[in-house]
Write a protein that binds this ligand. Sequence first.
Ligand code: GDP
Ligand code: IMO
Ligand code: MG
Length: 430
Amino acid sequence: MPNVVVVGAQWGDEAKGKVVDYLAERAEMVVRYGGGSNAGHTVTTGGEVFKLHLVPSGILHQDVTCVISAGVVVDPAVLVEEIRELKGRGCPLRNLRISALAHVILPYHRVLDQLEERSRSKLAIGTTGRGIGPAYADKAARRGLRMGEFVDDARRPQALRSRLEAANELLTRLYDTEPLDVEAIVCEYDAYADALSAFVCDTAPLVAAAARGAKGVVFEGAQGTMLDVDIGTYPYVTSSHPIAGGACIGTGIGPTGIDRVVGVAKAYTTRVGAGVFPTELTDEIGHHIRERGREYGTTTGRPRRCGWLDAVVLRYSAMHNGLGTLALGHLDVLSGLGRVKIARAYKIGALITDSLPYDLAALEHVEPVYEELEGWSDDISGIASFDALPPACRAYVARVEELVGVPIWAVSVGPAREQMIVLPGRSAGR
Ligand code: GDP
Ligand code: IMO
Ligand code: MG
């Protein structure tokens, strides 16, 4: 019963899409368990690049069922476009299923996301503007619209009108902005409902059955541990539970059904949007990483902030996710740096600590305590076995493993499936 959760161990964009695609090869099903179209998951295969936002990263495997589960917030406009694009590229999507319990992102969620950001002014979170926060807020306030109701022609018109009218009150009275055109939206969303209805069903029994099967399920996390609404760098976080536990909320499986949790991390750290980032580099090295790693957002195109690997963050992540193993990617990006650093602890005033402060405001004042290691200069992107990597690169991987206390299952030296290198004798539990 090899059911595996793939979770981002940092601030997102760790290459979860690539790892899910890799593991999906031998799975029966891939289940995306949280977030919405704020995610951008890249899968590179056969020289082609796919950027997925809502469709699970197993979709390029014809025999794998892909489920968008109850914890996801679905923007129908984005999903319809994503499906159209994938079909246009020869991906049939016969195996896509969408939970009837997943909440719907409507146009006012996007508008409110942007207005709320503007009103935060200097304290703006730097959201993706995709309506994620307002949609999860509606869900928690018990006034959200779910996919099952959305695709029901008898219920949708009234369900949309009442919500759009309430949103217009807010937009005009509180924000003093133009109201949305209710009838135009009702009409536009009829077409989306029509396009999506065939995919919507009760997905939990399907997931439960696949999880009992021999091939098992890969649960695909979105965002990253440090963006989790509870244990991330609040309030500079997203509004869902990217951590591994999120895979057990409404998918059809409980914690005892999970066999292994795979954390995905870059060999350095990146972050998009505002909020603390202790190991951030604003110098030439940060620039080197950004340009060599093409560190620009998959969803918004924003330049990602870049910095050294933070072992304190990874240990915190290992604890909250119960990481059984790590996939450490982007080693190729560190080539040519001469020396490389890893933060092994934080200095807060006179105190040295090797764990993340519980008061995250203290993170603003930490100074990373670095360990410096020898770098490597060779281009490693064509290397296919761990033993063929430069000794300094292998030593770096071994030191990360020691500092984090989690075995590294695989490393990667480039974006393609073939550039994943499994370490001798290691497995992701599949
Ligand atoms: P996700 O959101 O976690 O799925 O990650 P993203 O797709 O947003 O960002 C990861 C980016 O790094 C993508 O552009 C990948 O194609 C790319 N990538 C993945 N693994 C590697 C690697 O080992 N080296 C390099 N240079 N790029 C990689
Ligand atoms: P994937 O799945 C990186 C960040 C945003 C912002 C904060 C809140 O591709 O790793 P939101 O729109 O969710 O309200 O924004 O979270 N963020 C991500 N950063 N990767 C992501 O997804 C992200 N999804 C949200 O930049 O700082
Ligand atoms: Mg991404």
